[in-house]
Design a protein around this ligand. Structure first.
Ligand code: SAH
Ligand code: SF4
Ligand code: F3S
Length: 471
């Protein structure tokens, strides 16, 4: 019996794809191996969002070069976004790789492996036909028994000047409403209580599922329609499922206690989504709202489709509608042409937004993207490094304040397991997605359980809690 090991480099969607790869390989009768050093089949599920993601992959795959040379039965598979975007470079820089499989061809990984028995350098990076559900029949087995990712949409129709995702993931395709709800039902029946809905632009979910209303539907005047089908407006006789409906429907699935999602795009975020979050008790008070820059000039150059002030207004609306909302963000430092004034506008807006935490990235030119060509506007690395540190001070200040504000409160914690550092401490997440270490709780025994903890201390990246009562 052959063994496999899947190594994931990218975002949550990439992790969800890895879970699909695991399902496919298990169905082939393969068993998981403890590490890539001993596995017969090693799958690298790659990411190419920034250059360091590429480099990390090439570093890891090259470590297997010697072993592959002496082990004819071993196979190395490269899947994911880098595989889709840089097919040629992979075989050039790592000729010991056997199979390259792109993001659209994931489902054929078993057949490609089979082909590699008689063929050197097997590759499939064909793109999916438009509008088809690329994930149909590709079941993902959740890695954790109590939490699961659910991809609701693949690809992206935006054209942010810095971003490679549309190139490597294709255009936006929404999975059918009922397919998503059925997947969540099936997960819940297996014991999953928390789901995170995934997409590159979740609140444009359903845009590609819009359909013209049938005459009987228009004439009946009935605005109820099918589950998840919302009437767009009186002047446009069309219906489509909205992301807000999906949130409500997923939150209503028996057994589901927490619903999260990532990422929405600020330009498409609408009040109805905030309303659905507030009204659906299972949807967590946690929002990832990627700002990218606080300078209107840079936001325009990035093609983000909003100004700083508009972002701030939407954020305030979200906080008004959803009590106790935690907000995280993404910010890029050193986008081509970013002046000191632009950067100061970012610092200022970030300070006003008071994020719970921020993922800050150094701009990385990606081949084939619009901004990747703007070499004459690239910012010197030492300038970026200095800006990066200044930004961190501002984001850490609000993060610490938000953490300290939770001291003395009672939080519901979903236990993920024992803390990595101390086995007498259990770690888990609050509804706001904050990491909590609960003292004196057996993390193995309580894995997947909801407990109430009183927060007695706060660090920069986690909270300390004591067990109050079992739920
Ligand atoms: N669809 C998501 C983003 C996915 S990529 C969204 O729109 O929010 C995750 C984050 O990586 C982005 O929000 C951005 O901040 C960062 N990123 C993307 N391309 C980048 C690049 N070329 N250099 C640096 N950071 C980048
Ligand atoms: Fe990239 Fe922009 Fe699409 Fe996000 S919305 S995946 S940043 S192009
Ligand atoms: Fe995700 Fe990286 Fe692809 S962030 S979509 S795995 S390029």
């Amino acid at each position: 019996m052959k063994s496999f090991y899947v190594k994931t480099f990218g975002c949550q969607m990439n992790e969800n794809d890895s879970e699909r790869i695991v399902t496919i390989l298990r169905r082939q009768g393969m068993t998981p191996a403890a590490s890539e050093e001993i596995a017969d089949v090693v799958v690298f599920n790659t990411c190419t969002i920034r250059e360091n993601a590429d480099n990390r992959f090439f570093g890891q795959v090259n470590k297997l070069r010697e072993r592959r040379a002496v082990d004819p039965g071993m196979r190395i598979v490269v899947a994911g976004c880098l595989a889709q975007g840089e097919q040629a470079a992979i075989f050039e820089r790592a000729p010991h790789v056997d199979v390259v499989v792109g993001t659209h061809a994931l489902g054929s990984i078993a057949q490609l492996l089979e082909r590699s028995d008689g063929e050197r350098h097997v590759i499939d990076v064909t793109e999916a036909s438009d509008g088809l559900d690329p994930l149909a029949d590709l079941v993902a087995e959740p890695t954790d028994g109590h939490k699961a990712w659910v991809t609701i949409q693949t690809g992206c129709d935006n054209n942010c000047a810095f971003c490679i995702v549309p190139q490597v993931r294709g255009g936006e395709v929404s999975r059918p409403f009922q397919a998503v709800v059925d997947e969540v039902r099936s997960l819940a029946s297996q014991g999953v209580t928390e789901v995170t809905l995934l997409g590159q632009n979740v609140n444009s979910y359903g845009r590609d599922l819009t359909r013209r209303m049938r005459r009987e539907e228009i004439e009946s005047g009935d605005r109820g329609f099918l589950t998840g089908q919302v009437y767009v407006s009186d002047s446009i006789p069309r219906i489509r499922p909205l992301f807000a409906d999906l949130l409500r429907a997923v939150g209503a699935v028996d057994g589901i206690r927490r619903v999260r999602f990532t990422s929405p795009h600020p330009k498409d975020m609408r009040e109805e989504t905030f309303q659905a979050m507030a009204e659906s008790p299972m949807v967590c008070e946690s929002l990832h709202f990627p700002l990218q820059s606080g300078s209107d000039r840079i936001l325009a150059a990035m093609h983000r489709g909003y100004r700083g002030e508009r972002f701030f207004e939407k954020l305030q609306l979200a906080r008004e509608i959803i009590p106790d909302l935690a907000v995280t963000t993404d910010i890029i430092v050193g986008f081509p042409g970013e002046t000191e004034d632009d950067f100061e506008a970012t610092l200022e807006l970030v300070a006003r937004c008071e994020f719970d935490s921020a993922f800050t990235f150094i701009y990385s030119p990606r081949p084939g993207t619009e901004a990747g060509e703007w070499r004459d506007r690239f910012i010197a690395p030492e300038v970026i490094a200095e800006r990066f540190e200044r930004l961190k001070l501002v984001t850490e200040r609000s993060a610490a304040a938000k953490h300290h504000a939770r001291v003395g409160r009672i939080e519901e914690v979903l236990v993920d397991g024992p803390s990595k550092r101390d086995a007498t401490v259990a770690s888990g997440r609050t509804r706001q997605n904050k990491l909590v270490h609960v003292a004196g709780l057996d993390g193995d025994r309580y894995r997947g359980e909801y407990v109430n903890a009183r927060i007695f201390d706060a660090g920069a990246h986690f909270l300390h809690g004591e067990l109050l009562a079992r739920d």
